[in-house]
Every structure is written in C-alpha cells, then in structure tokens.
Design a protein around this ligand. Structure first.
Ligand SMILES: Cc1cc2nc3c(=O)[nH]c(=O)nc-3n(C[C@H](O)[C@H](O)[C@H](O)COP(=O)(O)OP(=O)(O)OC[C@H]3O[C@@H](n4cnc5c(N)ncnc54)[C@H](O)[C@@H]3O)c2cc1C
Length: 402
C-alpha cells in the first residue's frame, strides 16, 4: 500500500492550492479527483479580483478575460462603473485547476484523475483511504497521515453531506458557454455584467462574463431554489433564454457547453472544520460567499491556510488542528455574517420597485466602493449601501406623496 503525508480528495481550487503548497514543501501528496479531466466539471463562472493572481502566484494563462468595467442592470435601469485599468478577471476554471494540479505533479507529488473517494478507516492508528476508479470496480487503498476533504459543497469526507433545513443557504446556478459574433462579443468583452430583479431572475441574479476567443459565459442563479420566497413562473432556462434574447440580440449563438451546480452554504459557517487527522477546506466549510456566491479565491485561501496547518502538524509544531477554524474565521467571519444578512434582504425582496431602488442606491457608489461591497464585503460598504438604500426608499415614498 502506498503511503502519503496527505491525501487530498477533490481537485477544485481549494484542493489544488492545498496540494500545490504541500508538495512545494516536499510533502508526499496525493491529489484525487473524481472527474476524468477538468473539462468535465467546468462549472464555475470564474469571476474574481485581479489581485487573486498575485496573492496565489498564478500565471495570466489561467485567465479567460480581464475586465475594466462592471455593469449592474435591474428590471428597468442600469449603471456602468469603469476604469482605465483591469479591475477584475474571469478565470478559466478548467485552466486554473489544470495549472494547480500540474504544479503539484511538477513538485513531485501525484494526481489521480477519474478516481473517487469511497471511504476511509483507521487501522492500527493509520488512516487508510479507499478510492474507486471511475467506470470500473477497481478499488485501491492508500495510507495517509492527513486526509483533506476538498470535495466542495458535497462535503463527502468529513461531514458526510451538505447541510439541510434552517442551517443551509442553498444557491443553484446554470450557465452556458457561448460563442457569439465578434460585434456581440466586443459589447461584452471588457465587462462583468450582473442583472438583478424579477425580470432577470427572481431570488437571484443573472450574469454575462467574457472569456477569450469570442466566448461569453451567460448564467442565472437562484437562492433558496426549493422555496418560492419571491413569485417566479418558469424554469431557469426561461430566464437564461430571456437574458440571451434581450442582451445578445442575435440568433447566431453557438452553445459550446452547458453546466450547473447546487452549492450549500451553512449559516454562520457552522461546519465541521476538522476531526483528528482530517481537515476540510473550501466549500466543504462554506468558504463561498453567501451574497455573491463567489468562492474561488476563498477556497484557494482555505487551501493555503490548511496547508500551513498540515505542515505544522507533520513537523510536530502542533498536535491538532484546533486553531484552523479561528484562522479561517479571521479571513471571513463577520464579513460572511453581514453577507448572510444582505442575502436574506436582497434575494427575498418580492417588490421589484425596491430591487430597482437598490440599484439607485448603488449608483452613489464609486467603482472602489462597489468593489469593496461585491468583492471585499467590507462592513463599511455594506452600511453605506444600507443607508443609501434607505434614503432612496424614503425619497420614493415622498415623491409618491407629492
Ligand atoms: C454556476 C456557478 C457559478 C459560479 N461562479 C463563480 C464565480 O464567478 N466566481 C467565483 O469565485 N466562484 C463562483 N462559483 C463558486 C465557486 O466555483 C466555488 O465556490 C469553488 O469552486 C469552490 O472550490 P472548492 O475547491 O471548495 O470546491 P469545488 O470547486 O466544488 O471542487 C470540489 C472537487 O471535488 C471533487 N469531488 C467531489 N466528490 C469527490 C469524491 N467523492 N472523490 C473525488 N473527488 C470528488 C469534485 O469533482 C470537484 O472537482 C460559482 C459556482 C457555481 C455553481
């Protein structure tokens, strides 16, 4: 039986960064991914900040597009924020994960694509992990000192499944990767566009993100998909078709890929973070932000924090992962709780006029303020939004009275 310092289950952004950083420090690491290749589960839109490249030392080749503009449209209005330099990026999710896995292999560790985690047990104090090869009955066993749950929202290893009931904020998204005519592409090439309000997606939002080679990612996502908090009539596809017909204004569209996923976030991030020699990272511990469902950067950060903890444990500098949770809370913590509150307010708003007023409130934001709100979840910007929105509400009531 082969022996490893760490077996990491799941080669998403969290598992990829964790494996890359552990292997770079000489740890014998096995990165396991159930998909046969990274194009098979290329589900994420990939919107992120420019600085993510620097923080995680990533090459430009993992980027699908650099964006200088952010546009938000409501059901009857829109606003554009622009800069002369890129302020955001769209990752190629496939290229990002391929890069991280390749780096892990270059560092001397191992990658197994098309293998899925079946279970683990402790034998004579040693953790033995069972992996099954996709499409076969072949099961192999591996010994490891540390087991990392990087299975994302599925939480397959440590928690045995996603949270349910009151605990969960669930988001479901579907997206098309499109090839569009050059003129249509040029209109969207530089811009992250978000669409809020009942026209676009009740209880959620829609988006258009650019990629390279005349490609666009066009998607819709809904929070609380199994509850009809705000009335909606049709399936996701209805809103996706509406977005394409109203925004792309062409029928010369080629659908290159269609994907989607349901993510579960545990309210107040009350997930199980570790148990003995098992540590969970990324969406397996609700690193995805509940307001925007942006999760790549945060998953990567948890992979990095966990790798440092694993190294400390293997070096006998610590004897448990007790401080991992507090390290993680330092990064998200209060910001994620504020985001949860905003989520409940924004996505549960049934009155579309009020959603429009949210855009009115945002119009008073500079680009920097907006980035602070949607990418950095700063309390100051959340409060600024709250006051601007309240002012817009009062003004609209006064206007109606006069
Ligand atoms: C439609 C949609 C759009 C999104 N858009 C954005 C965006 O624009 N920007 C952004 O930052 N975030 C976005 N996100 C969220 C982001 O993709 C996730 O938060 C992020 O991928 C989490 O990374 P992770 O590594 O924790 O988990 P994942 O990326 O989910 O990776 C987990 C991996 O584990 C593997 N796995 C699961 N079970 C097993 C098993 N039993 N054995 C082996 N492998 C297993 C899975 O195949 C998967 O590859 C979006 C999500 C969705 C659904």
């Amino acid at each position: 039986m082969q022996q490893y310092d760490a077996v990491i289950i799941g080669a998403g952004p969290a598992g990829g960064v964790c494996a890359r950083e552990l292997s770079a420090t000489g740890r014998k690491t096995l990165l396991v991914e159930r998909a046969k290749d990274f194009s098979a589960n290329d589900f994420s839109s990939g919107g992120s900040t420019l600085e993510a490249l620097k923080i995680f030392d990533l090459p430009k080749t993992v980027v699908g597009a650099f964006c200088k503009q952010i546009r938000i449209a409501s059901s009857d209005d829109q606003h554009l924020w622009q800069s002369d330099k890129p302020v955001a990026i769209v990752f190629s999710f496939q290229k990002l994960r391929t890069f991280l896995a390749d780096e892990t292999v270059k560092n001397g560790s191992e990658l197994r694509l098309g293998w899925s985690y079946q279970g683990h047990e402790k034998k004579n104090g040693i953790t033995v992990v069972a992996l099954k090869k996709a499409g076969t009955r072949v099961i192999e066993y591996f010994e490891t000192k540390i087991l990392v749950d990087a299975t994302g929202s599925d939480r397959k290893v440590l928690s045995g499944g996603p949270p349910r009931g009151q605990e969960a904020i669930v988001g479901r998204g579907i997206e098309f990767l499109l090839e569009v005519p050059e003129a249509v592409y040029r209109t969207h090439a530089d811009c992250l566009s978000f669409f809020i309000g009942q026209l676009w997606m009740p209880q959620g939002y829609a988006w258009i993100f650019p990629m390279e080679h005349f490609r666009l990612k066009v998607g819709v996502g809904r929070n609380y998909p199994d509850e009809q908090v705000v009335p909606y009539e049709k399936a996701f596809r209805f809103y996706l078709d509406r977005l394409m017909s109203k925004e792309l204004l062409t029928d010369k569209i080629k659908i290159l890929d269609q994907h989607g996923k349901t993510l579960s976030y545990t309210a107040h991030q009350r997930d199980l973070y570790w148990k003995k020699n098992i540590i969970a990272i990324g969406d397996a511990v609700s690193t995805v932000n509940p307001l925007t469902f942006e999760g790549i950067r945060h998953a990567m950060m948890s992979g990095r924090i966990a790798a440092a903890q694993v190294n400390a444990l293997l070096d006998n500098k610590i004897s448990h992962f007790r401080y991992y949770k507090s390290e993680m809370r330092r990064v998200s913590g209060l910001k994620w709780i504020v985001s949860e509150q905003l989520t409940r307010k924004i996505y549960r708003e049934a009155d579309d006029r009020k959603v429009n007023l949210m855009l009115v409130a945002l119009k008073s934001f500079s680009l920097e303020d907006l980035l602070d709100l949607v990418f950095y979840y700063r309390l100051k910007s959340a409060l600024k939004f709250y006051f601007a929105y309240t002012r817009a509400l009062v003004q609209s009531v006064l206007k109606k009275k006069t």
